[in-house]
Design a protein around this ligand. Structure first.
Ligand SMILES: Nc1ncnc2c1ncn2[C@@H]1O[C@H](COP(=O)(O)OP(=O)(O)OP(=O)(O)O)[C@@H](O)[C@H]1O
Length: 583
């Protein structure tokens, strides 16, 4: 149970809620134990002809009173114990989510999103059950078992109580054993359901491919398979849980049979009264649930502890990239970038993705990175953003080693347009203004959209800037997405702007327009442009040509053409392609 120690802050903050809840639980349990006594006295009074209408009213009032106290008390312990366990669920999810946000991209490369989702949903649920239901079961069953036994002995005698109890411990064993099997099958059902949703989601996400390749039947077949599998797994679960309840009832009814047999004899022999016999049966009835709870609680606590262990291992994960102590905070940077002898291998990779990279970009100047796919262009940008730390060399930002800068101020000063142009399922305006915590003026958003040449497109959407994007909204074309993410980067007015293959989906005319619009903006800012197209980069102050992670050629456009090397070859090819397209 040591694993739950990581929750001690939560417990110390909410200890009164638990305590009040437990007190209410004990009050209700005590009142429940009075109920059989009321029926006992009522039966005895009936038997002895002591009841008149006033007496019956008294019993009715007593039953109503105890019923009301039980109902009100149940409400309170539910609010205090189950309500607090819901708070725990909220607290734990927030803590995991906050922590995951601090971890570096490599963590997400090596952990599947589906697994992380399972930790934030299933594992948190299991911990909530252990802390909520688990607490109730321990207190409730412990208290009820002890007091019911005392009351049973007091009402009748030790012999009858021992006979009645003979079969009940089997309930604990059966529940515990069945509980394990039920849990296993329940997990299998959950996995089958998740396969079903994954398959369905993939079919519909790729519906264009499915239709264009006329593969509807294959998709239907795949779906039928997982659907059938889901049905079979559910039937397996129904079979076991269907056997479980009648089995428990069977065991407890053996106890009742024994009590009727032996207790009935004692009533006939006048050793106990009819009222005692009825009260005894009620106590026996009250004992079935705590016995079951004892069986359950073992599983619930085991599952909760295993889940808490998995959650703790996430929370113990240290971000591999974080601020050093006294990290330097840049308010407004100049935007000078320098790579000195930088070499880098991705974690777990055998080969270097970059080797001996050297370049300097002075404030307001531009650098273009060109090269074949996989040559290491995006890696340079990832290193500048410090998404990974380098193995050899130094990266300087405004002449300071980026390892000494606070991550926040480094990244805040860089406007990055990533290759995948991910946009959130929210309004276009919110997507463009993503980097601002507080709301910003609509004019600023319009200005950024105009610079990125996406303004006219946005006006054509049903709700212009308020149009929702994504699955529940409008789907943007590749080029529109790229330009929206350019607007998102430039609205920050960063001192360094990075365009990672960000103009590949727009035609050369639009590309020219964007670059012309951005001229004023980029004249005062450092710009890094990654591209496969020479038309995009030819006006940059320096162009580097990467081959297998190394700089093969470098210089201005004119210089590189005069070299008659790789760059000039690529230029010739692209000119030829353009000519063929235009002819
Ligand atoms: N997270 C990663 N883990 C391991 N290897 C990676 C990772 N990201 C990229 N690589 C590898 O590093 C090399 C350089 O990749 P990078 O993305 O920088 O190339 P690129 O020149 O930007 O390519 P493209 O033009 O296709 O975007 C490639 O061999 C790639 O497979």
């Amino acid at each position: 149970m040591k694993v739950f120690l990581s929750l001690k802050n939560f417990f110390s903050k909410h200890k009164w809620n638990y305590l009040i809840g437990i007190i209410w639980l004990i009050i209700i349990d005590s009142v429940q134990l009075i109920v059989p006594q009321i029926f006992r006295n009522l039966t005895n009074d009936f038997e002895n002809n002591l009841l008149n209408s006033k007496g019956i009213t008294k019993y009715v009032c007593l039953i109503i009173l105890t019923g009301t106290v039980i109902a009100v008390g149940r409400f309170f312990w539910r609010i205090y114990i189950l309500g607090t366990s819901r708070e725990l669920e909220y607290y734990l999810r927030k803590k995991i989510f906050n922590h995951l946000l601090t971890l570096s991209p490599n963590y997400f490369n090596t952990h599947k999103t589906g697994d992380l989702m399972a930790h934030v949903t299933n594992d948190v649920n299991a911990v909530r059950m252990a802390i909520g239901q688990g607490t109730i079961m321990i207190v409730d069953s412990g208290f009820m078992i002890i007091l019911s036994l005392i009351m049973m002995i007091k009402t009748t005698n030790l012999r009858l109580t021992s006979i009645a109890l003979f079969t009940l411990p089997f309930i604990i064993i059966v529940v515990s054993k069945f509980g394990k099997i039920i849990h296993k099958r329940f997990k299998i059902v959950q996995e089958a359901f998740s396969d079903l949703t994954d398959t369905t989601q993939e079919s519909f996400s790729g519906i264009r491919v499915v239709k264009s390749f006329v593969q509807e039947e294959l998709e239907l077949e795949k779906f039928s398979k997982v659907n059938k599998d889901n049905l079979n797994k559910n039937i397996d679960l129904v079979k076991i849980s269907g056997t479980f309840h009648p089995f428990i009832q069977f065991i407890s009814s053996i106890s009742f049979l024994l009590v009727i047999f032996y207790g009935g004899k004692e009533v006939i022999l006048n050793k106990i009264s009819l009222g005692d016999f009825i009260a005894f049966n009620s106590y026996l009835g009250l004992l079935v649930w705590p016995m079951m709870a004892l069986g359950w609680v073992i599983n619930v606590l085991q599952r909760g502890a295993a889940s808490m262990d998995r959650i703790n291992s996430i929370l113990d994960e240290k971000p591999d990239i974080s601020d050093i102590e006294d990290a330097i905070k840049l308010n407004k940077s100049k935007g000078k970038v320098e790579f000195q002898e930088v070499s880098f291998k991705y974690p777990g990779a055998n080969n270097y993705a970059l080797r001996n990279i050297n370049f300097t970009i002075e404030q307001g100047k531009s650098l273009a990175i060109i090269g074949r796919t996989g040559s290491g262009k995006s890696t340079i940008v990832s290193l500048l953003l410090r998404l990974y730390d380098i193995d050899k060399g130094k990266i300087l930002f405004d002449d300071i080693d980026i390892k000494n800068l606070s991550l926040k101020s480094l990244r805040e000063n860089i406007g990055y347009v990533p290759q995948d142009n991910f946009l959130f399922s929210t309004t276009i305006e919110e997507n463009i203004a993503f980097s601002f915590e507080e709301s910003i003026s609509h004019d600023k958003v319009i200005h950024a959209a105009r610079l990125a040449e996406v303004y006219d497109n946005i006006l054509e959407f049903p709700n212009d800037f308020q149009t929702i994007l994504g699955e529940r909204g409008v789907t943007l074309s590749g080029g529109q997405k790229q330009r929206t993410s350019i607007a998102r980067a430039i609205i920050k007015e960063p001192s360094v702007l990075i365009l990672d293959d960000s103009l590949s989906s727009v035609d050369t005319q639009t590309e020219e327009k964007i670059l012309k619009n951005l001229k004023d903006f980029t004249d005062t800012r450092t710009t890094i442009i990654i591209s496969h197209r020479i038309s995009t980069v030819k006006n940059c102050d320096e162009i580097i040509f990467l081959v297998d992670g190394e700089i093969a050629e470098r210089g201005t456009h004119d210089f590189l053409i005069s070299l008659n090397g790789l760059y000039s070859d690529l230029y010739e090819k692209q000119l030829l392609e353009e000519k063929i397209v235009n002819d």
